[in-house]
Design a protein around this ligand. Sequence first.
Ligand code: SAM
Length: 271
Amino acid sequence: MKSFLRWAGSKRSLLTQLRSYWPAQGHRYVEPFCGSACLFFDLQPGSAVLGDLNEELLFAFRAIQRDPYVVLECVRRLPRGKSGYYSVRAMQPSSLAIAERAARFLYLNRYCFNGIYRTNLAGNFNVPYGPPRSGKPPDEAAIVSASAALKSAVLVHGDFEKTLEHVQPGDFVYLDPPYYMESRRVFREYGPGAFALSDLKRLKTQLNRLDDIKAAFVVSYADCTEARDLLRRWSPRRIPTRRHIAGFSGHRRTAYELIACNLSDVPGVNP
Ligand SMILES: C[S@@+](CC[C@H](N)C(=O)[O-])C[C@H]1O[C@@H](n2cnc3c(N)ncnc32)[C@H](O)[C@@H]1O
C-alpha cells in the first residue's frame, strides 16, 4: 500500500532495500521521523508508533485514523483553483476542528508546489500553488485504507526523542532524519525546525541507547561526512538513488544513501 501523501525526502524509491530489513510481523514498528510513513504503509505492521515534529501531519494522521469519511467530506467542501488554494492556505489551522484541519493539510499537500512542507518564521505554511502537475487529492479508497492501517498505531507529535521513549526491547525502529550537511546548502524543507548538528549528536546517543536495550534499528541518511561519522559503528551500505535538486522534481541527480542497521546484534532478527 502506498502512502497518501507527497513528501520531500520520502523514501519511496528505497522501499525495496528497506523492506528487506523488516523482521516480519510479531515485532512492533517505530518510526520517529515518519513524514509520509511510506515504509509503514508498505509493511502495514500489526502494531506501531509513528512520530514527527510536524504538528499538522500528526493531526491529519489522527483525524484519518479516527474518522476518514468526515475528513473526506471536509476535503470535498474546500474551494478549488488558484484563488481557492490561497484562501485555504490562509486559514489558521488552530481555529479549525480536527477533521477540517486534516482536510486542509491533505488539500495543501496535494495542490502545493512539489509536495513541499515549508513554513515561515511565524509557523505559517507558505508554499505556492503547484498545479497542473500535482494531481488530485487522494481518493476515498486511499484514505479509508490508510485509516485501517493507522488503527494499530500510536501517534506522537514531537521531537524524535519523545517517540523513542516508547521503544522496548525487540521493537523494530526505522529512522529517516532530515539531512544535515554543513558542506552544502540544503533546501530547508521542514521550516524553522530543520535539523542541526546538535540534533545529529542527540541521534547518535539514541542509536547507542537503542542498541543497548536490544531494539533493532535501521537508519537511512544521505551520504555525507556527518552521516559517515554518525553511522561508522554500524558499517553502513552505500546505495545509489535519484534525488531532487533543491526540491525541484524536474531536476534529479544520482546521489548516494547510507543505510545502517544493528540487526545482527538483536536476537531473533535476521539482517
Ligand atoms: C526525511 S523526512 C522522513 C520521510 C519519511 N521516511 C517518508 O518516507 O516520507 C524527515 C522527517 O523528520 C521530521 N522532523 C524534522 N525534525 C524532527 C525532529 N527533531 N524530531 C522528529 N521529526 C523531525 C520532518 O518533519 C520530516 O517529516
